[in-house]
Write a protein that binds this ligand. Structure first.
Ligand SMILES: NC(=O)C1=CN([C@@H]2O[C@H](COP(=O)(O)OP(=O)(O)OC[C@H]3O[C@@H](n4cnc5c(N)ncnc54)[C@H](O)[C@@H]3O)[C@@H](O)[C@H]2O)C=CC1
Ligand SMILES: O=C([O-])CC(=O)C(=O)O
Length: 327
């Protein structure tokens, strides 16, 4: 058996937390030979609810669960942390755009970034789920100067999974038949799900679906799915978001399959014209605990224009954060 690793989950008493913690403890995220110690971080008012979740985690008698601790202090919750899942933040409600959450949530991620900087393990990997996720990851990274910025990622995997599901339904195939999906950008309504390089059972996806379906149905359905879930459920996506968080960390820690890639938002190094530093979804392969952007793809003029537009919007969120004094 391997030595336990420490996984810190913020917002542990929330909806995503409730769906996420049991998957991590079961071994879905880091593999069935990797014991985990869970650190749950909550605000003081929600510590009691987190205690209830911890009781249930213990009651599930997971063979891989090496312990559960609850904190209301980020400094302690991130001590020795190897994997940080930053979920704790307010979700949007009907009619709000994700950028509307900036003022409410931006202030959470600076102090947590600092707590990670000062207390986490040297190999810390961070996934920001709390919205607006890309900007919050940028804030956390900026507050952790001693941690390589690449270790701060934001979740585009839910968008990636939504895109796989839509294409699989349209082509009457399974999500496992699809390779090389991409969702460029910011986790916002102007993200760009892109099937230009995707294959379905080895055939180019662009030969199987027409452009009108892509432009008029696929792209807006994936990009606006969060709002559609809020409309239908009366609450924002929780179980699918938790599942995507598990997938994101699993790919990063354990690798992507040969010939396939996934979407991870990490700080840009200027790839595909995206301004350096922006936390931006790009196609990535993962191996040996590292993720690498797939470079050198020949992008169409349309894709390049979508990336430029979306990057501008992501940059505007950063500028807003600066105006709010959060950076
Ligand atoms: N990136 C993505 O793809 C997705 C992101 N989200 C976002 O995830 C976040 C969480 O969503 P839910 O779990 O549904 O919300 P929720 O309201 O059910 O739970 C949030 C929890 O975070 C806690 N919290 C608030 N501030 C905190 C802090 N400073 N430290 C620790 N915990 C704190 C709250 O007490 C609450 O228990 C929201 O911002 C939501 O918009 C949701 C779905 C997908
Ligand atoms: O839309 C929201 O507010 C929640 C979310 O990020 C998503 O479901 O993609």
């Amino acid at each position: 058996m391997k030595k336990p690793v420490t996984v810190t989950v913020t917002g542990a008493a929330g909806n995503i937390g409730y769906a996420l913690l049991f998957r991590i403890a079961s071994g879905s995220m880091l593999g069935e030979d990797q014991p985990v110690k869970l650190n749950l971080l909550e605000i003081p008012q929600a510590v009691k609810a987190a205690e209830g979740t911890a009781m249930e985690l213990n009651d599930a008698a997971f063979p891989l669960l090496a312990g559960v601790d609850i904190y209301d202090d980020a400094t302690k919750a991130f001590a020795g942390c190897n994997y940080g899942l930053l979920v704790g933040a307010r979700p949007r409600t009907k009619g709000m755009e994700r950028a509307d959450l900036l003022a409410a949530n931006g202030g959470i991620f600076g102090p947590q970034g600092k707590a990670i900087n000062d207390n986490a393990a040297d190999d810390i990997k961070v996934l920001v789920v709390g919205n607006p996720a890309n900007t919050n990851a940028f804030i956390a990274a900026a507050s952790a100067p001693d941690v390589p910025a690449e270790r701060f990622t934001a979740m585009m995997r839910l968008d990636h999974n939504r895109a796989l599901s839509q294409l699989a339904q349209k082509t009457d195939s399974q999500v496992t038949d699809i390779e090389k999906m991409i969702v460029w950008g910011n986790h916002s309504a102007d993200q760009y799900p892109d099937v230009s390089f995707a294959t379905v059972n080895g055939k180019p996806a662009v030969d199987l679906v027409d452009e009108a379906w892509l432009d008029d149905y696929f792209v807006p359905t994936v990009a606006k799915r969060g709002a559609a879930i809020i409309e239908a459920r009366g609450a924002s996506s929780a179980a699918s978001a938790a599942s995507a968080a598990v997938d994101h960390m699993r790919s990063w820690a354990l690798g992507t399959p040969e010939g396939d890639w996934t979407t991870i938002a990490g700080p840009s190094h200027g790839e595909y014209g995206v301004p350096e530093g922006l936390v931006y979804g790009m196609p990535c392969t993962c191996a040996n605990g590292e993720y690498t952007v797939v470079e050198g793809l020949e992008l169409s003029d349309k894709t390049q224009a979508q990336i430029a537009k979306n990057a501008q919007a992501a940059q505007a969120e950063i500028d807003e954060v600066k105006k709010l004094g959060l950076l």
